[in-house]
Ligand binder design. Sequence first.
Ligand code: FAD
Length: 398
Amino acid sequence: MNFALTPEQEALKKSFGDFFREEMKNAPPEWGTSMEAMFGIDVCWEFHKRMAKKLAARGWLSRPWPREYGGEDAPLIEQFLFSEVMGYYRGAGVDPWGISMLAPTLLVSANEEQKKEHLPYIARAERFWTQLWSEPEAGSDLASLKTRAVRSGDEYIVNGQKTWTSGAHRADWGFLLARTDPDQKRSRGISFFLVDMKTPGITIKPILSLEGSHLFNEVFLDDVRIPARNMVGEENQGWLASQMTSNFERSMIMIFSFLQHELEEIVQFCKETRRGNRTLAEDPIIRNRLAQMAIEIEVGRAFSYSVVWNQIKGGIIAAGHLAAAAKVLATELNQRMSYTGSQIIGMYGQVKESKWAPMQGKYEKEYQQCVSLNMGGGTSEIMRNLVCSLGLGLPRSW
Ligand SMILES: Cc1cc2nc3c(=O)[nH]c(=O)nc-3n(C[C@H](O)[C@H](O)[C@H](O)COP(=O)(O)OP(=O)(O)OC[C@H]3O[C@@H](n4cnc5c(N)ncnc54)[C@H](O)[C@@H]3O)c2cc1C
């Protein structure tokens, strides 16, 4: 297999790398690696927004979009290279909801008016988004959601409760799934709306994580009036649009390249740190674990390349089972890397924000946060179900 890039792609990758290497030097120390810091800590959120503006000024938030909506029609592979570089430098500035989920959905499912109303704001980093899907009784089984939207003239009146809504407290707008026809079964009868988060009737309450960060929220919708023109796609057909959202670019390259950087850092730490009469790098058990991580990261990276290759050849939907497999591989590997790093660092790895905390206490945070990636965007069990049904041709289990 030939992984070589063209000279143009190499040059592009270098320009992404030059940018993130320089700009991420200005990241607040709390930036870390997670959405928890981005949405939870004011200085991190401000930094993220400043970075978003810089990316927007270069046109890098919207490169894969068609030119008519402010993009450059850039091929998927170039977007993939951007994600790879951004992951390596733990880059800031890409709205995980507006850029990575909503914009691709609007491009496929929205009408002209909606595209013109929202895409330019997203491309210029002037509007940040949140995803209003999960409910207390509807997570993996999203089609059982109960939030109701009832048509009243030119508006829908929405009542319900959403939960685990990442970054709702920072967002300007949200994309919402609500039931418009309770008589239709499950995914039929659901519609997809765009809602200004300042609309009267929306109440946002924080859900703090056990480790204290503020990523999640509960969002209560009480008689929230959404203009009918903010419905994406047909009434009762919102499920289709939501599937476009969740199917877009899931090669997970960002996580694998981020893990590559983690590995390089912990290897350096092991070379520099003595325990007893030798460095950690000379400890056979540690060497064994680092080698295992190096192997798995390389496998993951190669798998990511094959996912994007299949997406390019057969389309995003056709490669759905590969994307699901990549998510399992990446998020579970991320978990193993966090455990490995914590074990190598040892007891001091539990120390938070202190001169005694090795590697600025990053593994204290990562150890606690690493389980969440396996759940967000669909749990590992659900992803494995998709591999079975879409990839292996086994019967659906739900
Ligand atoms: C970091 C993070 C960010 C998130 N951000 C958002 C957000 O911004 N907006 C939003 O709407 N939601 C968000 N979520 C919610 C996320 O989508 C749900 O947590 C996820 O879909 C799982 O739903 P649940 O938590 O209700 O668990 P459940 O669906 O109740 O699942 C509980 C357990 O049962 C297993 N399970 C369920 N059904 C099956 C099945 N058919 N086969 C096998 N096992 C099964 C699951 O894998 C899981 O282990 C986020 C979650 C996380 C962790």
